[in-house]
Design a protein around this ligand. Structure first.
Ligand code: NAI
Length: 468
């Protein structure tokens, strides 16, 4: 039987595309190499890391956050095995959820390695070596990304001593000293987990700031907060070597601005220096599918590769490597294949770092607006002046809104603070509708909520906040 669509890869891009296409009446199959559906995000990425971030946050809160509220508890005891079991159960319920969605939507799932034989043909090689061939009108490549390693440095990741994020969510004991190479999203999230559970954490970052692409002010405040939580943060430092030793591993780094190399030893080293598109074994070269100079599948504005009937979405194509970006591309992709007009607004894709406090951002940073020569105004409001934040002892951080100087249209929003990852969405919705800071500032916000700080920052953008 011929399919309308075969999706290769069942991560957030692939499975969402498959479900949406089936909802639109197409006959769909998904090919997945892993034993379970859900890709990196559900199996070894977003979901398990959030289970550990939440659990470790509870642990840290029980140890340091309760006394000031008048709740006296004895020092919490860590049961890492149980914490990992919680993480595993969270993963299981999520990957089972994808299987359920496939069944519900009559999507055929094939476990095995997918390869594009030619336009219209995908082969699936099972664990037992048996090969099946699927005929299809359309193919969507949604194979995601893999650990990139450190550019120009030969590192052997064994997932025990020298680990990637995969090993970082599965350590059997809390390291005494964890060196994190790369102060991006993965480094700061997993660094937080192990720091809260008792590890000494040293972060070595090449740039002069953490969370590279984030708004400068946000990243400065974030660095101060992470240092206050006990992390040793070394910026402007380029890691040039990571080697195993008798007791752990040794990291060599050099000041970016010149100077002597230094070495640091630790029992575990986390490599968190980015991810790269994953296309190995897909048969792209044979099928004539073009890659760009960064190894990403080249697509046009409608996700189409240079070969008719073959499309690509998610981490394997241009744009931020974010699950929700892939999901939205999956929906748009399915709509396009079904003859509709799918579209993704790349100007309004939120980004969240799930540390405590969280960091969230949508739209342009101040640095981006400056570089683009756009005249803008800024409104800021700190959580120290928010009643709910005071009541919860969650006053770290602020909201920052950027709007066009002439039209007042909101161009970006940035939040550091407790619950930032939830609050950011009201700015995202506003931006989707082309709203102004005055629209946001004149929208009634429930009192007392953390979100009132968003309203106040909007008031500050077009006139003045009330509570400052
Ligand atoms: P990243 O690109 O966020 O950060 C990598 C960092 O490593 C950069 O700051 C870079 O300057 C630094 N670096 C590179 N070479 C170095 C060297 N030789 N020495 C020292 N530092 C060096 O990549 P990360 O954190 O590995 O994440 C990979 C992808 O996964 C990203 O696209 C990220 O957005 C995504 N992700 C998103 C999450 C979220 O949205 N909460 C969570 C986890 C990952």
């Amino acid at each position: 039987m011929a399919y309308d669509l075969v999706v290769i890869g069942s991560g957030p891009g692939g499975y969402v595309c498959a479900v949406k296409a089936a909802q639109l009446g197409l006959k769909v199959a998904v090919v997945e190499k892993r034993a379970t559906y859900g890709g990196t995000c559900l199996n070894i990425g977003c979901i398990p890391s959030k289970a550990l971030l939440h659990a470790s946050e509870m642990f840290a809160h029980a140890a340091h956050g309760m006394d000031a509220l008048g709740v006296e508890v004895s020092a919490p005891k860590l049961n890492l095995e149980k914490m990992m079991a919680h993480k595993d159960a969270t993963v299981k319920s999520n990957v089972d959820g994808v299987s359920f969605l496939f069944k519900k939507n009559k999507i055929d799932g094939f476990i095995g390695t997918g390869k594009i034989v030619s336009a219209g043909k995908v082969s699936v090689t099972g664990e037992d070596g048996k090969v099946q061939e699927l005929e299809t009108k359309n193919i969507v490549i949604a194979t995601g990304s893999d650990v990139a390693g450190i550019p120009g440095v030969n590192v052997e990741i064994d997932e025990k001593v020298i680990i990637s994020s995969t090993g970082g969510i599965a350590l059997e004991k809390v390291p005494q000293h964890l060196i994190v190479v790369g102060g991006g999203v993965i480094g700061m999230e997993l660094g937080s987990v192990w720091s809260r559970l008792g590890a000494k954490v040293t972060v070595i970052e090449y740039l002069d700031k953490l969370l590279g692409g984030m708004d400068g002010e946000v990243s400065k405040q974030f660095q101060r907060m992470m240092a206050k939580q006990g992390m040793d943060i070394r910026t402007d430092a380029k890691v040039t070597g990571v080697e195993k030793t008798a007791n752990g591993a040794k990291v060599t780094y050099e000041p970016v601005k010149g100077g002597d190399a230094q070495t640091l030893e630790a029992d575990v080293v986390l490599i968190a220096t980015g991810r790269k598109p994953y296309t190995a074994g897909l048969g792209l070269e044979e099928a004539g599918v073009k890659l760009d100079n960064r190894g990403r599948v080249e697509i046009d504005g409608h996700f189409k590769t240079n070969v008719e009937g073959i499309y690509a979405i998610g981490d394997v194509v241009r744009g931020p490597m974010l699950a929700h970006k892939a999901e939205d591309e999956g929906v748009a992709m399915a709509e396009i294949i079904a003859g509709q007009h799918g579209h993704v607004n790349y100007d309004v894709i939120p980004g969240v770092v799930y540390t405590q406090p969280e960091v969230a951002s949508v739209g342009k940073t101040e640095e981006e607006l400056k570089a683009a020569g756009i005249a803008y105004k800024v409104g800021k409001f700190p959580f120290t002046a928010n009643g709910r934040a005071r009541a919860m002892l969650a006053t770290d951080g602020f909201v920052k809104i950027l709007a066009d100087k002439d039209t007042d249209r909101v161009l970006g929003g940035h939040i550091v603070g407790f619950g930032a990852g939830e609050m950011i969405h009201e700015i995202a919705v506003l931006m989707e509708f082309g709203g102004s800071s005055e629209d946001l500032g004149r929208t009634c916000h429930a009192h007392p909520t953390m979100s009132e700080a968003v309203k106040e920052a909007a008031l500050a953008t077009f006139f003045k906040p009330i509570h400052m």
